[in-house]
Design a protein around this ligand. Structure first.
Ligand SMILES: NC(=O)C1=CN([C@@H]2O[C@H](COP(=O)(O)OP(=O)(O)OC[C@H]3O[C@@H](n4cnc5c(N)ncnc54)[C@H](OP(=O)(O)O)[C@@H]3O)[C@@H](O)[C@H]2O)C=CC1
Ligand SMILES: Cc1cn([C@H]2C[C@H](O)[C@@H](COP(=O)(O)OP(=O)(O)O[C@H]3O[C@@H](C)C(=O)[C@@H](O)[C@H]3O)O2)c(=O)[nH]c1=O
Length: 312
């Protein structure tokens, strides 16, 4: 019998990429996808159930009881880091309370839970790449809710796989690459922070390793990021370089480095900028050791994938 997997957040950048990978791989799981409320137009994917708001915890329970999945994959989240500072109730229920419901349901029904988490559970005070057991100390409300979710999962007693990743990009907005491409195309100058460090990771990369870890029946926490690291400023320069190669006819904005503090001041009339960790470099040593191979540098995936993107 084919076991059932249930994917939450199938309309997000990771959700969409996961579906594409899932279809390429033969899997022992059939996949049902649940999404908030917008129909997927002409999407040749697996069956899609519309209208599920995971913030409605009673409805979430009902859906789990109805579908009886053996594997829950949760790619749904409230991901607007700045807005989460003021929209706290919603961020908390989507990112933490709904995950608690999923984890407890999984524990009671002998299902597995695969959940995605973030570098933003960390404080950024370390100067060494962060291993999976490094203590949480979130600097913003989004990070706090994601940290809470990790704790709920571990307390629930369910069989779980938590994939922590960072600085996700894909052909689907919103993400830093597409935002930057737009700004470079339509502005004259762009200011980008040069004092926050992390690992840009493509949604394709995360999807590929997530399926490998699931197929290998792995449990616990894994950092799924490529090797190497950069700052947002250097990342923006790299995006600009790729764009200038792809679209030599375009005049692109110049990029100026700025400190996080000055960037927040610059934006303060428009919105409140959430604090971000300065040094959020996740170590992928555990993943590399499991797979017995060196994980390639982020620049390689970036250069290969950006050629396939429609940037604007
Ligand atoms: N983006 C990043 O840089 C990083 C993301 N992560 C984590 O990876 C995971 C996937 O992120 P990503 O794909 O980038 O996020 P997206 O914002 O692209 O997608 C999130 C999805 O969650 C859905 N969603 C939000 N609220 C609800 C709700 N109340 N009920 C049902 N669905 C809801 C959204 O639905 P709709 O489209 O209908 O709004 C969307 O499909 C998240 O757990 C995130 O925390 C980790 C590290 C980095
Ligand atoms: C658009 C823009 C951003 N920035 C800064 C703000 C911030 O410090 C940094 C990144 O900005 P963004 O808002 O695009 O990205 P941000 O929302 O901080 O990205 C995070 O998303 C969540 C979901 C995660 O889990 C993290 O891993 C991380 O990817 O760059 C500039 O300096 N200039 C700009 O023009």
């Amino acid at each position: 019998m084919v076991a059932k997997a249930l994917l939450f957040g199938s309309n997000g950048q990771l959700g969409k990429t996961l579906i594409a990978h899932y279809q390429e791989q033969s899997s022992e799981y059939s996949l049902d996808c649940l999404r908030l409320d917008k129909p997927l137009i002409n999407y040749p994917g697996p069956s899609v159930t519309d209208g599920l708001n995971i913030a409605d915890l009673a409805q979430l329970c009902q859906v789990l009881n109805q579908h009886q999945p053996s594997l829950i994959i949760n790619a749904a989240a409230y991901t607007n880091v700045d807005k989460a500072e003021i929209d706290r109730e919603k961020a908390n229920v989507v990112n933490a309370e709904a995950v608690k419901v999923m984890a407890e349901w999984a524990a009671q029904n002998h299902a597995r839970l695969c959940h995605f988490s973030t570098d933003y559970v960390m404080s950024g005070l370390s100067r060494e790449p962060l291993i999976e057991s490094y203590p949480h100390q979130p600097m913003n409300y989004y990070g706090y809710t994601k940290s809470l979710a990790e704790q709920y999962i571990q307390q629930s007693g369910c069989e779980f796989l938590i994939i922590r990743t960072s600085w996700l990009y894909s052909q689907y907005s919103p993400n830093f690459v597409l935002t930057m491409a737009h700004l470079l195309r339509y502005k004259q100058h762009v200011f980008v922070v040069d004092d926050q460090w992390g690992v840009p990771t493509s949604a394709t990369f995360v999807s590929r390793y997530t399926l490998q870890l699931l197929q290998a029946q792995q449990q616990g926490i894994y950092h799924v990021v490529p090797s190497g690291y950069t700052s947002w400023y250097e990342f923006a320069l790299k995006i600009r370089l790729m764009m200038s190669k792809q679209y030599p006819e375009l005049t692109l904005a110049s990029i100026e480095p700025i400190s996080s503090r000055d960037y927040a001041k610059l934006q303060q009339e428009k919105y409140q900028v959430a604090e971000r960790p300065r040094y959020a470099i996740l170590s992928n040593t555990k993943l590399a050791t499991l797979l017995a191979k060196k994980i390639p540098d982020w620049t390689l995936a970036f250069e290969n994938e950006l050629r396939l993107f429609k940037l604007f």
